[in-house]
Ligand binder design. Structure first.
Ligand SMILES: [Zn+2]
Length: 219
């Protein structure tokens, strides 16, 4: 089945008719909200958004293979291919529908931000950070101040995956926006400014304490 939104051309299986409505409105609303909030121009051509009815379809659509796919991978965005795919909440057993709608928000945020520059040039810690933060996927209880990974190092892919990069980059992106504003964040995203022009010793710990809503004993 297909549905033409304002920003996306949706494709989904008959079996997903019930879950499609929420995913469609979340994708459309998120695109508009994120573009407006960050003052990023909207695209005239629609992106394709596929709701995948099963894992095999998702793996193919996301350009993965059975070897490179992992069960936590349930959404994918590819700005160059103008394509987003998300696994149907109907077939994801370990996440709620609300969690899957956050995945939709996350992937759509990637699409909006990747129009800022060369999408392949955006560093992983910056690009995932803004997607996690915008989608509201941060779990403050999970964060440890004394294990805070470096925001700069999170842009190295191995370091990112070894250090719970999604959670920490999301917290850092949110705190960076609060401290330095959206224009600074967009410049860093597009590779027009360097993170180390802004960061300072203790930034990461401050960001985590803020997210956990606790005060430093030294403050
Ligand atoms: Zn992502």
């Amino acid at each position: 089945m297909v549905f033409e939104g304002k920003y996306f051309h949706f494709e989904y299986d008959e079996a997903d008719r019930e879950v499609a409505g929420g995913m469609i409105s979340t994708a459309e609303d998120t695109y508009e909200e994120v573009a407006a909030r960050f003052q990023i121009a909207v695209m005239n051509d629609r992106f394709t958004f596929q709701i995948c009815p099963d894992t095999a379809t998702f793996i193919r659509a996301a350009g993965k293979t059975a070897e490179t796919w992992q069960p936590w991978m349930v959404g994918s965005a590819d700005y160059a291919r103008r394509f987003v795919c998300v696994l149907s909440p109907r077939v994801v057993s370990d996440r709620s529908l609300a969690d899957m709608l956050k995945i939709v928000k996350h992937e759509v945020t990637h699409i909006v931000f990747d129009s800022l520059g060369d999408p392949d040039a955006a560093c992983i810690g910056i690009s995932e950070g803004i997607a996690v933060w915008t989608a509201g996927q941060i779990e403050p209880d999970f964060l440890q101040v004394n294990e805070a990974p470096s925001m700069i190092k999170l842009n190295d892919e191995d370091y990112f995956y070894e250090n719970s990069g999604y959670q920490y980059s999301g917290v850092y992106a949110g705190y960076f926006l609060e401290k330095f504003g959206m224009e600074a964040f967009k410049k860093v995203y597009a590779g027009m400014a360097r993170l180390d022009e802004y960061l300072y010793n203790g930034f990461e710990a401050e960001a985590i304490m803020k997210a956990k809503n606790i005060c430093s004993i030294n403050a």
